[in-house]
Design a protein around this ligand. Structure first.
Ligand code: DP6
Length: 359
């Protein structure tokens, strides 16, 4: 068990110079899905994701000393004070206060912007919680000493991100990340993500992920509620086993660059996630007619053209189209001519990316 609690991280004098730290952190898209958790955001099965580029959150934390003792912060989203967003951050700060006890001595002004619409079904909590965690680790380094090597810094940031939102712990690493114990990879842990860049063929390092926004409406079920429903789902145990088996075969395919097997497993995972929601009690049907139309059109297109383009889904109606860089022109045309009519006027053209950036 990793233990980051550290009661020594207390500011001795009140002579802290106010300062500001900014991180930009991308979202990620899971290929093997995390769906089902226990304890403090610990996953029931291992998951694997691509780190994205353009779907990201930029968060600045300005910190200043204060005389009273306790957690205090203001939160601004796109320049507007948003108290309705505070509970998630309060929750992260409370749950990590023994890791960063000095936070009780500071007032934080947190300013955040997303490059994509909030709750468009793309994982905004992943990029935002990971950006917050990176800022908190950087503040620790500014006030005290370096956390350690770069690897140790990111490991801690991933651990803290997980406490904010499970999938956030995978956003810390470039290209791809694995989270959750998996017998074949000794370093894999339930407590933090690990880099998976070196486990995959270069063809995946420039993969595209075009996010077709079928509906910009707010999600009808929060991820946390969705995970909770797995506890009573009769397929749960089989699902957790299946995720491990798929992880094994997906990693083999990703290592060798076997795009067909990759695509088959990734699409199966997306449909399994939705099948699990459909078989929960209460059940959730998060795909929209446009989601199905896109999937059907894509499968026909793939049969006809042999272009290795595949879909995955998050816990929402939007479709992620995954394909190698070399097909980007023809995919642009296909999306424009045949798929955009199913979209809510919005496509985020994203791709696998280099991970978070200190600004
Ligand atoms: C469907 O990480 O958003 O995107 O841990 O409750 O914050 P919490 O859930 P969250 O769940 C993400 C679920 C998913 C699959 C995935 O990203 O692995």
């Amino acid at each position: 068990m990793q233990n980051y609690r550290n009661s020594n991280l207390i500011i001795e004098s009140n002579k802290v110079t106010p300062d500001k730290i900014t991180w930009k952190c991308p979202s990620n898209i899971a290929l093997i899905k995390y769906w089902g958790k226990y304890g403090l955001q610990l996953p029931r099965n291992p998951s694997l994701s691509f780190t994205l580029t353009h779907a990201n959150t930029e968060t600045s934390i300005t910190y200043a000393p204060k005389s009273e003792y306790g957690i205090s912060f203001d939160f601004y989203f796109h320049g507007n004070k948003r108290d309705d967003f505070k509970p998630k951050i309060q929750n992260l700060l409370e749950k990590t206060i023994e890791i960063f006890p000095f936070l009780k001595q500071l007032h934080l002004t947190i300013e955040s912007t997303n490059s994509f619409p909030h709750s468009a079904g793309i994982a905004s909590s992943a990029s935002s919680m990971a950006a917050m965690a990176l800022c908190l680790c950087s503040i620790e380094e500014k006030l005290f000493k370096p956390i350690g090597s770069q690897e140790e810094f990111y490991k801690k940031a991933s651990y803290v991100s997980r406490i904010g939102s499970g999938s956030a712990c995978r956003s810390i690493f470039p290209i791809a990340s694995i989270w959750g114990e998996f017998a074949e990879i000794k370093a894999a842990s339930n407590e933090f993500g690990i880099p998976a860049e070196n486990l995959i063929n270069p063809v995946f390092q420039t993969f595209h992920d075009d996010i077709l926004i079928v509906s910009k409406e707010e999600k009808t079920v929060s991820s946390t509620a969705g995970h909770g429903l797995m506890e009573g789902n009769i397929y749960a145990e089989n699902r957790y086993q299946q995720a491990k088996t798929r992880m094994h075969f997906l990693l083999m395919a990703m290592k060798s660059g076997d795009l067909e097997t990759f695509g088959q497993i990734v699409e199966d995972e997306a449909l399994t996630l939705h099948a699990l929601m459909m078989t929960s009690n209460p059940s959730f049907l998060l795909m929209r007619p446009g989601t199905l139309s896109i999937i059907e059109r894509l499968r026909t297109f793939r049969r006809e053209t042999k272009i290795p383009a595949y879909f995955t889904l998050d816990a929402g109606p939007n479709v992620h189209l995954l394909y190698p860089e070399q097909f980007s022109d023809v995919m642009d045309e296909f999306i424009r001519d045949e798929l955009s009519k199913y979209c809510d006027n919005y496509v985020i053209k994203d791709m696998v990316g280099k991970g978070p950036e200190l600004i």
